[in-house]
Ligand binder design. Structure first.
Ligand code: C5P
Length: 222
């Protein structure tokens, strides 16, 4: 079936935010809804792929037919991604991973006894960059949410993290990106640059999945 063009592929997708615990009742996180990653999972499934969705805490339900791996923290997402990515043909890093975690998670609820308090943070490991270091690595697609100099930062991440593709969006624009139903993306490879104009995330995902597959096929026949 022409519409099942991903029949022989296995896509491993990270989606949603991560939560970094401060104490038993508090955490640091971000506004990621998971909608973009879930829409990609859905579009890849419709095209016939096997899909493993490694997801942080979100309020949407996983598409029927995917293998859902639920995680909370960046460290948990890292472990699962490094376990599943080598089994895939394609790895999509759509998650908004927290850059830092709390150095020492308090065992008891922190009391408001002091006028000032400080949290010490340590950098989380970069999941997609480490997947790209694997000997048996899949085809790798990253995302870049930027508020300025989008092309410059996106191309920098493509190179530095050793990705095959990076999809960049302008999160400063109203009505697209984080927590929105709509998005607009520019897809960069080392060789080209393709605009996907503002549309519903389902429409964006359908176009993106087809474009990713075209680049994947182009690479594997080289
Ligand atoms: O460096 P930055 O966080 O902007 O890069 C974004 C890309 O890197 C996204 O694809 C995101 O999923 C991925 N990333 C990751 N692990 C991190 C941080 C970002 O996989 N710790």
């Amino acid at each position: 079936f022409a519409d099942k063009y991903l029949q022989d592929q296995h896509w491993v997708i990270t989606a949603g935010p991560t939560r970094e615990a401060i104490d038993p009742v508090r955490y640091i996180s971000n506004y990621s809804s998971g909608k973009m990653g879930y829409a990609i999972a859905h579009a890849a499934l419709r095209a016939g792929a096997k899909v493993t969705l490694i997801s942080g805490p979100v309020n949407i339900s996983a598409p029927r037919g995917c293998e859902l791996i639920e995680v909370t923290s960046a460290e948990q997402m890292y472990q699962q991604a490094l376990t599943y990515a080598p089994q895939g043909t394609t790895f999509i890093a759509c998650a908004a991973v927290a850059d830092y975690r709390v150095a020492d998670i308090a065992k008891e609820k922190i009391k408001k006894d002091n006028e000032h308090m400080q949290l010490s943070l340590v950098k989380n490991q970069d999941i997609v960059a480490d997947v790209a270091k694997l000997a048996n690595k899949p085809f790798i697609v990253g995302f870049a949410a930027e508020t300025q100099n989008i092309a410059h930062y996106a191309r920098g991440k493509l190179k530095r993290k050793n990705l095959d593709l990076i999809a960049a969006n302008d999160v400063a624009k109203a009505g697209q990106g984080f927590n929105s139903d709509d998005n607009a993306l520019t897809l960069y490879s080392a060789f080209d640059e393709i605009e996907i104009p503002l549309a519903n995330k389902q429409v964006i995902a359908t176009k993106l999945v087809s474009l990713i597959n075209q680049h994947y096929l182009a690479k594997s026949t080289k």
